[in-house]
Design a protein around this ligand. Structure first.
Ligand code: F6P
Length: 484
């Protein structure tokens, strides 16, 4: 156990609270950040500050019961207890900060999701969202300032909390901070879509940290270029000099907590899910995708690629099946609802066009079923991960770690994971469904030896750096900076 207490802060905490039959239960939070950071905290004395998200979170936080312990259950019998502290935020301000500013503005900016002839068009609503974003970041900074033991490392996470490092530095200059950015970072030209004042304030906010970390060199370079071009900051190697001192830019790609993942995959629910997947798939070749219902995951172009494959290769009909496991995400953002509808319509059209009484070519399941996801990882023959842009993408790592059939990974060149996995995957341009269809076709044509060799190369790359080491390296770099 590392005795130094650390403080993590992120919008979403490791669990959300729900009420079942009158009693409160903790439910695992969804998404890459929770998996990554949760997996990193084994054996540490950690406080995790997060927003109260669900109604029950809010009620409990308002009633003074927003601080409690969570067992992260980190595998191989290990226990990872973190002290969670939920910040009680005004629901209207939270909506503007989370849905409007974080998810409709920053997320769209950094994943290049705007439809530039029409969006964005920042008006009064935009300014209101920006004010709410600042207010919630202030609130997070105040909560951390109160909770953090003297001199303890603080790790604010992700685009929701860009302003926290500078705000916290003003309040608690004794705290060292490593801020981690989990998503892509846009190039300076794209970044300039933001009103200048916001763009500069966000960069200055992040530069309040001693270290700013990214999953890949590509996102780190874009951030550094933005600081240089927009703020006129001086950059020397990995160090950015600015008004308040210096900030080090680091690249820390996260991998998989293999013990935890293997233990989860060995559970009885996974075996049951596997049997039910086997019933659906039979002896067909399984092409799988696993994503949140998320625009940046590029589900629609993935379906179009599959349709092209079916069109070009009638000999594959009945012999292959595509499962799309989609976890519901971000209902509060209208673009997401429209996108999910478009995906469903496309899937129905594909089934209508190619399906037969004995074969449904594309099966879409929209639910949060982790055991079923793990079972599908074991069974796939081809895993399609084709995001338009993605900070890392843990599906591309977890799938190959659990797969039992020497499955082939078809991977977008714009996923952070491609920086490490490219030598053992079929790399595609996510904007090119024809190229994606060709890559899937190629994977289906590979002989057993070729698949085995590729999967053997892929497994260790996919595992990568464990979350514990990922976090440990950042903490080590922080203490090196402190000790000069
Ligand atoms: O880093 C991206 C992220 O914020 C991660 O937490 C996770 O992958 C996903 O987005 C979850 O999004 P949300 O918390 O909005 O459901």
């Amino acid at each position: 156990m590392d005795a130094t207490p650390i403080v993590v802060a992120s919008n979403r905490g490791p669990v959300v609270l729900a009420r079942t039959n009158g009693s409160i239960e903790q439910r695992r939070g969804v998404g890459g950040l929770v998996t990554a950071v949760g997996g990193a905290l084994l054996g540490r004395d950690a406080t995790w500050i997060a927003a109260a998200i669900t109604d029950v979170d809010r009620e409990e936080a308002a009633a003074g019961r927003g601080a409690f312990d969570v067992d992260l259950h980190l595998g191989a019998g290990a226990r990872g207890i973190v002290h969670v502290h939920l910040a009680d935020l005004d629901p209207a301000a939270y909506d503007l900060y989370y849905n409007e500013f974080s998810n409709r503005t920053l997320w769209f900016l950094h994943h290049d999701l705007w439809d530039s002839p029409r969006t964005p068009a920042f008006g009064a609503g935009g300014a209101e969202a920006w004010d709410a974003y600042r207010a919630v970041n202030e609130r997070f900074a105040a909560t951390i300032a109160e909770a953090a033991p003297r001199g303890s490392p603080v790790l604010p996470q992700d685009y929701h909390l860009s302003l926290v490092p500078a705000l916290l530095r003003e309040r608690r200059p004794d705290l060292q901070q490593a801020f981690f950015w989990h998503i892509p970072f846009s190039s300076p030209d794209n970044y300039r879509v933001l009103p200048d004042a916001w763009g500069a304030a966000l960069l200055e906010g992040m530069l309040g940290a001693d270290i700013v970390g990214f999953h890949t060199q590509r996102w780190a370079r874009n951030f550094t270029d933005c600081c240089r071009e927009l703020l006129g900051a001086r950059v020397r190697g990995k160090t950015i000099s600015h008004e308040h001192g210096t900030t080090r830019v680091g690249v820390y790609p996260i991998g998989v907590n293999i013990d935890n993942l293997s233990e989860e995959a060995a559970r009885a629910e996974v075996a049951r899910a596997r049997a039910s997947i086997d019933d659906v798939v039979g002896d067909r070749t399984l092409i799988l995708r696993v994503d949140r219902t998320e625009l940046s995951k590029n589900i629609l172009r993935g379906f179009i690629a599959y349709e092209m494959l079916l069109e070009q290769r009638p000999d594959l009909h009945e012999r292959i099946i595509h499962l799309a496991f989609l976890t519901p995400s971000r209902h509060g953002v209208p673009e997401y609802e429209e996108y999910v509808q478009a995906c469903k319509i496309r899937a129905a059209a594909i089934n209508e066009r190619f399906g037969t009484p004995s074969w449904q070519p594309l099966v879409v399941e929209i639910e949060d079923d982790f055991p079923r996801t793990l079972a599908a990882y074991q069974r796939y023959d081809v895993l399609v991960v084709n995001p338009v842009y993605d900070g890392m993408n843990l599906v591309a790592r977890e799938g190959p770690c659990l797969n039992e059939r020497d499955g082939v990974l078809v991977l977008s060149r714009n996923a952070g994971a491609a920086a490490e996995l490219a030598p053992a995957a079929l790399i595609v341009n996510p904007f090119d469904p024809a190229g994606t269809a060709a890559a899937i076709e190629r994977s289906l044509a590979m002989d057993r030896g070729e698949r085995q060799a590729m999967a053997a190369r892929l497994r260790p790359l996919a595992r990568g750096t464990s979350p514990a080491r990922w976090l440990g390296t950042q903490l080590k770099d922080l203490s090196r900076l402190r000790d000069g």
